[in-house]
Write a protein of this length. Structure first.
Length: 275
């Protein structure tokens, strides 16, 4: 139920839909002769459109997400001995992959690239790919099956990776990964450490879910969309770019709130461990 509701609610609330919808409702009110309401809706929609699509607001909201968990420094990396690397799905276009008989990466494709690099760096650690199908209406094949072809094509042996193909969202990534780890690893969960690989802006919500599931993770962010706070005054080349960036940002902030309210994450805005 949570999965279906979250998909439907987010489709309506995402700025690229909600703002044009406001304007359309306003125009309808004007046609019906409800001038006051019509002008209010159209005016609000236009203000939101220009603020969201042309101002740096989306970057200002995105940067705190990306800065929440920095990449481990070289000293930490040299001392790491992870039991595995958990790679979250959402980095490939399954429909194009199927239709074109090739592997189609999307903007988050660095997750796959980083998985291969880490597998070569930590050869005794398992790569755990977690990703089913996040589609609500289309019966797409699990992303994990496409990941299998990618890993094999990049030279990884089947013994180096494990596939979790039932999860549909971040919370299920954590829950089903925990089950897979319990099944495939002999050590107690409390004694193991895993690198968690996902987009930097998605890392706070992901870390919160995996901590809630009892998995000890070291954040390993990839797929940065900004250079850092120096982009806090950076505007967008086109309104479409601004709206797209705001869709990404609002999905994460709304997701953080909803996951916290439904006890799917350990904190409202998870941060670095203090102990």
């Amino acid at each position: 139920m949570f999965f279906a509701l979250s998909k439907i609610i987010w489709f309506v609330l995402q700025p690229s839909f909600f703002i044009p919808f406001l304007i359309a409702i306003g125009l309808l009110f004007l046609v019906l002769g409800w001038s006051k309401w019509g002008k209010s809706f159209v005016g609000l929609g236009l203000v939101l459109f220009f603020v969201v699509s042309l101002s740096p607001l989306a970057n200002i909201l995105l940067i705190p997400l990306e800065e929440r968990f920095p990449r481990p420094n070289d000293d930490i990396v040299s001392r790491l001995k992870p039991d595995g690397m958990i790679i979250l799905g959402g980095a490939s276009d399954i429909s194009i992959t199927k239709a074109r008989k090739t592997f189609a990466l999307n903007e988050a494709g660095e997750r796959f690239v980083e998985a291969v690099l880490l597998a070569r760096q930590y050869q005794d650690a398992k790569v755990i790919f977690s990703g089913g199908s996040g589609s609500l209406f289309w019966n797409l094949r699990p992303e994990a099956l496409a990941a299998q072809n990618f890993f094999q094509g990049m030279g990884l042996n089947e013994s180096q990776f494990l596939l979790e193909q039932k999860s549909r969202n971040t919370f299920e990534n954590a829950i089903y990964s925990k089950g897979l780890i319990a099944k495939k690893f002999s050590k107690p969960l409390s004694e193991m450490t895993f690198l968690l690989v996902t987009s930097a802006f998605h890392m706070p919500r992901a870390v919160g879910c995996f901590r809630r599931a009892g998995i000890n993770v070291i954040p390993w962010p990839v797929d940065y969309r900004t250079r850092g706070w120096q982009d806090s005054d950076l505007t967008f080349k086109s309104p479409a770019n601004g709206l797209k960036r705001m869709d990404v940002v609002m999905k994460e902030w709304v997701g953080l709130v909803m996951y916290w309210l439904t006890d799917k994450t350990d904190k409202l805005f998870p941060g670095r461990a203090t102990s």
